[in-house]
Design a protein around this ligand. Sequence first.
Ligand SMILES: NC(=O)c1ccc[n+]([C@@H]2O[C@H](COP(=O)([O-])OP(=O)(O)OC[C@H]3O[C@@H](n4cnc5c(N)ncnc54)[C@H](OP(=O)(O)O)[C@@H]3O)[C@@H](O)[C@H]2O)c1
Length: 240
Amino acid sequence: MKKAIVFGATSGIGKALTELLLQDNYQVAVTGRRLDKLKTFEEQHGKNVLIKQNDIQDVDHVEVVFNEIVKKFGVVDLVIQSSGVGYVNSELDWEKENQTINTNVLGVTKLYDLAYKLFKKQGLGHLVGISSIASIRGNRFAPAYFASKAYQKAYLESLYLKTKTIPSKKVFITDIRPGFVDTAMALGDGVFWLVPLEKASKQIFSAIKRKRRVAYISRRWRLIAWVLKIVPAWIMKKLT
Ligand SMILES: NC(=O)c1ccc[n+]([C@@H]2O[C@H](COP(=O)([O-])OP(=O)(O)OC[C@H]3O[C@@H](n4cnc5c(N)ncnc54)[C@H](OP(=O)(O)O)[C@@H]3O)[C@@H](O)[C@H]2O)c1
């Protein structure tokens, strides 16, 4: 039986991916702060699910939880990092900036590093980060969120480059870049090209299975990414 860990499994994309993994016969360790949501997984799936309550901002505890899961599972095949927060924060309210940095940058880096080091030691494994289309450019409404996603994108690429030094060639890094997905997170009102959660999670799962390095969700967001990469900042300033 393959073993996976999903950070941020209590709702949205992480929850949907956990359900797909369980259907695919994985044993899955799930984390998040909301214990009631974790317990629902346990009630529904019994011993196929291992629950660990965790606040990813508490990086020492992330390490404790991660090591407990590894001890229980032995070999871990897949780590999915889906935890995240995002705020529309035009006023640059510090508490929102701080929460975003501590979750999306500090906590996420800790988990990326733990996963990479484990996979290097095992000689196999697959780390999947859910970054965002937001990783590509800045944004005046949610600066910390967009910057945190740019950080994740660069970090995942760095880990991908580092896999060059792993002789087995069986360690994989995937950067999933969703557009707007219909979850509690979708930033702002009236967002366009909102992708239903079921469709998004199926496309993400397919990208994971194919060990894609980068995947845009849904696929049409690749077009937006292409435009975003070339448009000058002064045009973005006029249009957004
Ligand atoms: N929805 C979109 O449009 C969209 C687009 C691009 C990228 N993304 C990315 O997709 C990922 C998943 O988001 P989602 O859309 O599925 O939103 P969501 O339903 O709000 O899920 C966020 C998950 O992150 C966890 N989380 C947040 N803060 C945490 C903390 N301090 N410690 C531990 N877990 C924490 C939440 O668990 P608890 O609250 O239980 O802790 C929850 O499981 C995020 O990284 C997000 O940036 C989403």
